[in-house]
Ligand binder design. Structure first.
Ligand code: PLP
Length: 405
């Protein structure tokens, strides 16, 4: 089937939840994705942060196709050889003690909210509230959705999980005012991804940690988008010397297959007993095996250094572009989680970018977000910047002339 046939069939047969880009992906290699017409796209979207090693990474493919391994699934009633070593690796990386494996980011958030309540209840029957931060995104199942800020995501599905309150971003007074012995956890993204790559202040984060300690609440860092090497560190919280009680990760963990993890401090993890939480697929042998390979690559001495260097270069190039083009209002982010906030809607830039052979997306209407594979090189950044210059110049001209972008 070609693009037109697939698009037509999807229009008739799929629940209309996605607004897809107009091309049919058929193959990928390194930082490039190819369509059925032979066009190639330099990918700064990275499967929404999943394809950290790009497409068809030879070592991930070799692990996937290892002829000596044939277990795809055994269920969590049976031991296999890969879950425990993966848990050991992730506990070492996070400084936490135990892991629970799920499949998606939203599921990790759900599990963390349950664990926080179970732990809180062990101390006081009242300790059930979850504090989340305005502008956050934690997923779309009913619990995780309760902690997700944009009303457009929440409103149609109310009533949601009670006991979740939002605190204002970087507003320590508001945070303090919302803390009480009823708070079981403060859930936050150190860098808010879907919210437009917005970094929370160090002071706010540290105050949050301090308030959690004072009130016996848990600090949960949702590192689903900003973790696992994305910012040039294993986890974004490391930059501020935070010590979360739980860390959540997903996206790139299994090299492209669904796998998520909740990492927790010993005392916290012990609030779950057998039967209190579980999932059929979470932590299956194939995913865990690929995750071990992904982490082996991530831990190579040069890997994160490369992310930091290319990320810094990319950021500098965006800042230079901002000097040339006032339509860029702000450049934000760390490592290879970067964004350019525009003065105009970004949809047209995404469309023109695609036409020019570049993939990136737009969040929050006006924020161009870049989550490229962590293996991109400076030359790829140069190519993107060269393409963005005329695109952004043209959309700001369209805007000035009153043409609706
Ligand atoms: C910070 C954060 N938390 C949770 C989620 C939900 O993850 P998933 O889409 O894998 O359920 C996302 C997804 O983008 C995310 O960015």
């Amino acid at each position: 089937m070609n693009y037109e046939q697939v698009a037509e069939l999807e229009k008739q047969k799929l629940v209309p939840t996605y607004d897809r880009l107009p091309f049919l992906a058929v193959r990928g290699e390194g930082c490039y994705l190819y369509d059925d017409k032979g066009n190639k796209y330099l990918d700064f979207l990275g499967g929404l942060g999943v394809n950290a090693l790009g497409y068809a990474h030879p070592e991930i493919l070799a692990a996937l196709r290892d002829p000596s391994e044939n277990l795809l699934h055994v269920s969590n009633l049976i031991y296999h050889r890969f879950q425990a070593p993966l848990a050991a690796k992730l506990t070492a990386l996070t400084g936490l003690d135990r892991a629970f494996f799920a499949n998606t980011g939203t599921e990790a958030v759900e599990g963390a909210m349950k664990l926080a309540r179970a732990y809180g209840r062990n101390h006081s029957p009242e300790r059930v509230e979850i504090l989340a931060v305005e502008n956050s995104f934690h997923g779309r199942t009913l619990g995780a959705l309760s902690a997700t800020w944009p009303e457009k995501y929440r409103k149609p599905f109310e009533p949601l999980t009670p006991g979740v309150k939002f605190v204002r971003q970087n507003d320590i007074t508001h945070l303090d005012g919302n803390f009480s012995p009823r708070v079981a956890a403060l859930l936050l993204e150190v860098i808010q991804g879907e919210g437009g790559v917005v970094e929370l202040d160090e002071k706010f984060l540290k105050a949050g940690q301090e308030l959690c300690r004072t009130h016996g609440a848990l600090l949960i860092c949702d590192e689903i988008q900003c973790g696992l090497g994305r910012t040039g560190k294993y986890f974004a919280f490391e930059r501020f010397d935070l010590h979360p009680d739980m860390v959540l990760m997903a996206k790139p963990l299994a090299g492209g297959l669904p796998l998520a993890a909740i990492l927790a401090r010993e005392e916290v993890a012990q609030a779950f007993h057998p039967g209190m939480h579980g999932t059929t697929f979470g932590g299956g042998p194939l995913q865990c095996r690929l995750a071990l390979k992904f982490l082996e690559i991530l831990e190579r001495p040069e890997f994160l250094k490369h992310v930091r260097e290319v990320g810094a270069y990319f950021r500098t190039r965006l800042l230079k572009l901002q000097e040339e083009l006032p339509v860029i209002q702000q450049v934000r982010g760390q490592g290879l989680m970067l964004a350019a906030e525009l003065a105009v809607p970004g949809k047209e830039a995404v469309r023109q970018g695609l036409e020019a052979g570049f993939l990136f997306n737009c969040t929050q209407e006006r924020v161009l977000r870049f989550l490229p594979p962590l293996i991109i090189e400076r030359q790829h950044v140069d190519q993107l910047i060269a393409a963005l210059r005329p695109i952004l110049a043209s959309i700001s001209t369209m805007q000035n002339k009153g043409v609706h972008a």
